[in-house]
Write a protein that binds this ligand. Structure first.
Ligand code: ZN
Length: 272
C-alpha cells in the first residue's frame, strides 16, 4: 500500500502532465461520474493535489475526488503512446495535446463543487498531511499536543489518518525512531520537548522519503551502507525491516514486533 510520499509523487506526475493545460479529451467510465464529461472538457486543469490517499483534480468549476482503495492506479503517458494491455478497467481519462492521464479500477470517484470539499466524509476527517510539502509545523504540533489523542498509544495513533495524514507503516517506525520515542508511549505522556521532536520528525522524515524516493536515512549514510554490501531494504531505513541488524546510533539490535496488525521495528535503547 503506497504511503503519503509515494501518493504525493504520483500526484506530482499527474500535475506536471495536466496543470495549466486545457483538456481536449475526457472520458468517464464509472456510474458516479458517467455523462459529466462536459464539466471538464475544454477547460483548464487548475490543480492536482493528494490529500492522504485521496486525489483532487480541479478543472473549471468542479473538482474530481478519487480514492484508489486497494486496486486503483493512475498512469501518465504521452498522448501518442498506447497504454499497455491490462486487466484493469479504465475509469477516467484526461488528455491534452501532449499527455494522457488514466485512472484504472478505482471505485471511489466523485465530482464535487469546491464548497463541498471541507465537508466531504473522507477529507473532513484528515489530520494535517505531513507528506504535503506545504504542511505547517504548528499544525502538526497542535495535533501531537491535542488532549483528544492523549490516551492513544503511538503505535496505533501514528497510522490514524485523522491524527497525521500521509503516514503509513514504514513512516510510523522511522518517525518514532527519529524522534527517539517508544511506540508503546501515549501522546499524553510526552514532554513538551518530545512533542516538538515528534512533530519535527514527522515532517522531516516524510519529506526525506518524498525527495529520496522512499529512503528515510540521509543519502550519505545510504551510499556508505550500499557500498558495504547492504541491500536496499537493509540500507534505506533506520529501523524498518532492519530487525536483527545494528542500530546506526547505539549498535544494539533492532527489534521487530507487530502493533495494530502491522510490522513495526524499533531500537529499544534509542527510543525511550
Ligand atoms: Zn539505538
Amino acid at each position: 500500500m503506497p504511503e503519503g510520499p509515494e501518493i504525493h509523487r504520483a500526484a506530482n506526475r499527474i500535475a506536471k502532465a495536466l496543470v495549466g493545460n486545457t483538456l481536449s479529451e475526457v472520458e468517464f467510465h464509472y456510474k458516479t461520474v458517467e455523462g459529466l464529461e462536459h464539466f471538464f472538457l475544454n477547460k483548464e486543469v487548475e490543480y492536482v493535489k493528494a490529500r492522504s490517499k485521496g486525489l483532487l483534480i480541479s478543472v473549471g468549476d468542479y473538482v474530481m475526488y478519487s480514492h484508489n482503495q486497494l486496486y486503483g492506479r493512475w498512469t501518465v503517458n504521452c498522448s501518442t503512446t498506447k497504454p499497455r494491455p491490462t486487466n484493469r478497467s479504465l475509469r477516467v481519462l484526461f488528455g491534452n495535446e501532449k499527455n494522457t492521464a488514466r485512472l484504472w479500477s478505482a471505485t471511489d470517484i466523485e465530482i464535487l463543487e469546491p464548497w463541498e470539499l471541507p465537508g466531504h466524509p473522507y477529507l473532513a476527517k484528515l489530520g494535517p498531511d505531513v507528506a504535503d510539502l506545504a504542511v505547517q509545523y504548528d499544525d502538526v504540533l497542535a495535533q501531537v499536543s491535542n488532549p483528544k489523542f492523549a490516551r492513544r498509544q503511538l503505535s496505533g495513533l501514528m497510522l490514524d489518518q485523522g491524527f497525521l495524514a500521509g503516514v503509513g507503516n514504514y513512516l510510523r517506525s522511522e518517525i518514532l525512531f527519529d524522534a527517539g520515542i517508544s511506540p508503546y508511549r501515549k501522546t499524553g505522556s510526552l514532554s513538551n520537548t518530545e512533542q516538538k521532536e515528534l512533530a519535527k520528525s514527522a515532517i522531516n522524515i516524510t519529506s526525506t522519503a518524498y525527495h529520496e524516493k522512499g529512503v528515510t536515512v540521509p543519502q550519505e549514510l545510504y551510499k556508505v551502507l550500499r557500498d558495504n554490501g547492504q541491500t536496499r531494504r537493509q540500507a534505506r531505513h533506520y529501523v524498518f525491516t532492519r530487525d536483527g541488524l545494528e542500530c546506526h546510533n547505539c549498535q544494539s539490535l533492532i527489534v521487530h514486533t507487530r502493533l495494530s496488525g502491522r510490522r513495526l521495528d524499533y531500537c529499544p535503547i534509542c527510543q525511550k
